[in-house]
Design a binder for this molecule. Sequence first.
Ligand SMILES: Nc1nc2c(ncn2[C@@H]2O[C@H](COP(=O)(O)OP(=O)(O)OP(=O)(O)O)[C@@H](O)[C@H]2O)c(=O)[nH]1
Ligand SMILES: [Mg+2]
Length: 412
Amino acid sequence: MLEKEVINFERTAIVGIITQNQSEEKLNEYLDELEFLTFTAGGEVMKRFTQKMERPNPKTFVGTGKIDEINLFVKENNISTLIFDDELSPSQQKNISRIIDCKILDRTNLILDIFAQRAETSYARTQVELAQCQYLLPRLSGLWTHLERQKGGIGMRGPGETEIETDRRIVRDRISLLKEKIKTIDKQMSIQRSNRGAMVRVALVGYTNVGKSTLMNAIGKSDVFVENKLFATLDTTVRKVVIKNLPFLLSDTVGFIRKLPTQLVDSFKSTLDEVREADLLLHVVDISHPDFEDHIESVNQTLLEIKSNDKPTIMVFNKIDSYKHLTIDEDDLITERTRRHYTLEEWKQTWMSNVGQDKALFISATQKENFEEFREIVYEAVRQIHITRFPYNKFLYPDYKDAIEKDEEEQE
Ligand SMILES: Nc1nc2c(ncn2[C@@H]2O[C@H](COP(=O)(O)OP(=O)(O)OP(=O)(O)O)[C@@H](O)[C@H]2O)c(=O)[nH]1
Ligand SMILES: [Mg+2]
């Protein structure tokens, strides 16, 4: 079924459009991200194609002139994969394939492919396969010939050939089978979760690659796979963490991304249940990324979709060690000061006045900067939840500072 393999970098080109609701600047950010996604999937981007248009062309997504230009480039530069930033309709994908002789993928396709590559446990693999089948179903008829699939590589990892060659009914059967399988595991997982007892549950959430697993390793003394690629983590890891004398459960989950394929949100339901059932969210942000505010937005959007937007949340701004802001020369009177010029201190003030003093933290997970403050604030937040739930138990968990003093006394 799902195959995992090491591949040589595939020569790819990427395509995006500038529209009324997608400025050139935004598109460039999206294409940067698409390039990173492509790299994660094992591709090297040789060229970006962009086009300004009112709306996507219903037949070929970009205009016919642009298609010809891309076609020429593909032929002359031995490009094996063309990736569109937006989801292509089945007929757009088919039409483009007729003109351009290489693999035609879109962002959803690419993300699904990365998930397929990274799925470690049978549960994650089942979830990804379900999402892939759902994506594939409307696109089945003659989209990929037997030969094209044999080329393999990006976008081709997933449900095996046999499913593609046979009719939709078989894919449909496969979908219901996978759904059954997931249902059974979901049940087991929900029992597991309820067996964890009354401990307060904290979940790390955030955009992909912001440092959630790094933070988990740093505080949980666990060993979670960390990598500078997108979607390093697909499975949820749950660890018991003790800060001073207060134990709680900390879970590390799959990272979010803009335009996250809906099929994935659905099939990762149980992974996201960990977030849904959490008492406290630590929303980790990579403040060194120029688009971090957009990232916060899209994470909040996904939280809304899974109805977890009103949980107590602490914003954890990570990677302060590599935060850089733009500067304006003193004699430069033209350049306007923007958010990109904010110092770390200004961001602190902005966020603390936005969400509250004890709801925004600025740390570095790799350098362990501000960890003491991190531990203190998380401790206090967990303690608050704990004593509301078990009022009689209050005396067990004193204020953080008292707890430290007590701890030090004990060590003497
Ligand atoms: N400079 C710097 N890099 C960091 C910091 N924390 C994490 N990183 C790096 O950021 C990259 C991503 O870290 P991960 O912990 O895998 O990120 P994640 O949020 O778990 O990513 P996904 O599992 O893909 O969602 C790695 O290369 C880390 O070494 C930090 O505080 N400073
Ligand atoms: Mg991770």
